[in-house]
Design a protein around this ligand. Structure first.
Ligand code: 6R9
Length: 624
């Protein structure tokens, strides 16, 4: 199948597209140009469909009573919900009608800032149903970050909830949205799900009780006929420079790819209960909680809580309670749970599990082995799925039962995916089987992003400029003697903290926005649980005294500017930063110091003032 998928992509993908219900079946399958200056990616472009109808309506006739979503709330004493495809249809239609009542239509943008509740799924599918474009903002982002994203895509409506329960605590989402909306157009409406019933302030004329409005709305709503290349969603993600980019995914190709990868990678069969622990605020939640599984008529579990509350057995309790068959999580969660000891796992009945998955960052062999032996009891294949917000779905992964697995390797390309290892300097493909270099892809797959929202030039420059004719991933990789792929991590200024992508430039600009900070440089360093931690070198304004209180103040400042996920782990006071004579910060050196690897600093002769390096080494924070 793989050989055919690359020798006859048109044939392969036109057959794969038959898994969807099209309103008009596509005749033109693929039209792709990776040439910098005229990058264009189109799949199934003359086809029309509705994504929500594919994820909901078409399952009604035969499987209306089947559970579409199992919802497990934060608090285990609150009852779980089993939402059938029929109930899903009703709720999606109700929400779609509320959106229409507030003037939302084809092509309009809607920002979602929600907990992991069924309404998040209803909202995404309601947008898809009426042809609106959703942009989900992770509920852990700050009001500032939310405001930027509302303005960035010119959203007409924000959908949020009063509060988000997580780990027994509550985040005041509505009050965050209030703060964000101060900086947005007055016409932006705010629809509020009543999740906890907690106190909120209300702005008449702007705020709408969505729970009540849905109750009053009609239970059917026609599905718009959309072009395959009409945008389905925008999702902001971090890059190596400046502001996060709005990654744009379209309807037909994205859904074909999300559905096929979900079925094949997880060996999904009817009757399975599939659980992906991601948040819908990330791409993994989009493709592998909502779109892929629902397009396949699957039962997908949605979890509101965290792995360690009420205690570290929660994941395994949920697996037992709902007889989960496929379990898909991130290495950071596996490492955190591994550290709590095996009793939390072995006390639960995990005999229903068949396949385990990981995603988000390289998994270290110790964590892989623990996952395999303790959770999977040596009988569940582990799929280590490598992919990105930009790629829409899995690019490299072993297929369970078909491929060997190796602890820490993402193994093989998915159908239609053609990885190459490039020499980072020359940009030449390394032909030898064993190779180390940067990871790029020759040719397109249907789930690939199409553009950066409002900035196609940035799309071309980020992914197609450095290595001509390829999609460049930003990751380094190694291909071993068997031809299997190992991801070695980002080669740009993106760091991966607990599986969350962050641009070091974003943290730097938050730091320098503080009145006491003159200059800042941020790098990643190895962290036992998070994979990478955030290490900040900070130069203070003249006359400002460094102190632990100021460290705390800066940490809170960054949390406020970006969100808790961007909290600095270590802040080192740096009287000076290592710079070239032309004033460029030499991050390579800062990275080495943060990694505690200062024996290998390399060439420091181009530094303007080599003495700053000695000072930084002497006062480094990461002594471990
Ligand atoms: C899906 C997702 C993408 C970056 C990617 C890479 C890292 C993801 C990985 C992995 C090694 C894996 N990454 N999966 N590294 N092995 N199985 O995580 O999207 O948030 O955009 O992050 O994550 O560095 O470039 P996103």
């Amino acid at each position: 199948m793989y050989a055919r998928s690359v020798s006859d992509p048109e044939g392969f993908w036109s057959e794969a597209a038959e898994r969807l219900d099209w309103m008009r079946a596509p005749q033109r399958i693929k039209d792709v140009d990776f040439t910098h200056g005229r990058v264009a990616i189109r799949w199934f472009e003359d086809g029309t469909l509705n994504v929500a109808a594919n994820c909901v309506d078409r399952h009604l006739a035969e499987h209306g009573a089947r559970t579409a979503i199992v919802w497990e709330p934060d608090d285990p004493s609150e009852p779980a919900q089993h939402i059938s495809y029929r109930a899903l249809h009703e709720n999606v239609c109700r929400m779609a009608n509320v959106l229409k009542d507030h003037g939302v239509g084809r092509g309009d943008r809607v920002v979602l800032y929600l907990p992991m509740i069924p309404e998040a799924a209803y909202a995404m599918l309601a947008c898809a149903r009426i042809g609106a474009i959703h942009s989900v903002v992770f509920a852990g982002f700050s009001p500032d970050a939310l405001g930027q994203r509302i303005n960035g895509c010119g959203a007409k409506v924000v959908i949020t909830a009063d509060e988000a329960p997580r780990g027994g605590r509550r985040t005041a989402l509505k009050s965050n949205a209030d703060k964000a909306l101060i900086h947005c157009d007055d016409r932006v409406k705010c629809l509020v799900v009543k999740r906890t019933g907690g106190q909120t302030t209300w702005t008449e004329g702007r705020d709408v009780d969505l729970t009540a409005a849905m109750r009053a709305a009609a239970t059917d709503c026609p599905a718009e006929e959309m072009g395959a290349e009409d945008p389905l969603f925008i999702l902001y993600t971090s890059g190596s420079t400046g502001q996060p980019k709005g990654v744009v995914h379209t309807s037909g190709g994205y859904l074909v790819y999300a559905a096929l990868t979900h079925e094949v990678t997880f060996d999904y069969h009817p009757g399975d209960v599939y659980w992906c622990t991601a948040d819908v605020g990330w791409v993994t939640g989009h493709s592998y909680i909502i779109y892929g599984p629902l397009a396949n008529g699957a039962t997908t579990l949605m979890f509101e809580g965290v792995p360690t509350w009420p205690d570290a057995s929660r994941f395994w309790q949920v697996c037992e309670k709902h007889s989960v068959t496929q379990f898909y999580t991130a290495p950071t969660a596996i490492r955190a749970l591994m550290g709590q000891g095996n009793d939390f796992v072995t006390g639960c009945d995990l005999s229903s599990l068949r396949i385990l998955g990981t995603v988000g960052e390289p998994i270290n062999p110790e964590a892989w082995t623990w996952y395999n032996e303790v959770v999977g009891q040596n009988r569940c294949p582990i799929v280590d799925t490598y992919w990105q917000t930009e790629t829409g779905g899995h690019l490299l992964t072993p297929l369970p039962g078909a491929h060997a697995t190796k602890p820490g390797a993402a193994m093989k390309p998915f159908f239609g995916v053609q990885p190459v290892v490039l020499d980072p300097e020359s940009g030449q493909e390394i032909e030898a089987t064993e190779a180390t270099g940067v990871l790029a892809f020759r040719d397109s797959w249907p789930g690939q992003m199409r553009t950066v929202w409002g900035d196609h030039e940035r799309f071309e420059n980020t992914y197609f400029q450095q290595y001509k004719g390829y999609y460049f991933s930003g990751d380094g990789c190694r291909r071993d003697a068997d031809g299997d792929y190992w991801i070695t991590g980002r080669v740009d200024d993106v760091i991966n903290v607990s599986g969350h992508r962050m641009g070091t430039a974003e943290v730097e600009s938050a730091l320098v926005a503080h009145e006491k900070v003159a200059e800042a440089a941020v790098v990643g360093y190895p962290h036992d649980v998070k994979g990478q931690g955030i290490y900040c070198y900070v130069t203070l304004m003249n006359g400002v005294e460094p102190s632990d209180d100021l460290r705390k103040e800066l940490r809170n400042w960054v949390r406020q500017e970006i969100g808790p996920i961007a909290s600095p782990d270590l802040i080192q006071w740096a009287p000076g930063l290592p710079k070239t004579r032309s004033g460029k910060i030499m991050r390579r050196i800062l990275r080495k110091i943060a990694e505690n690897d200062y024996g290998a600093l390399g060439d420091t002769s181009t530094l303007a003032d080599p003495a700053v390096v000695d000072d930084l080494i002497e006062n480094r924070m990461n002594k471990g």
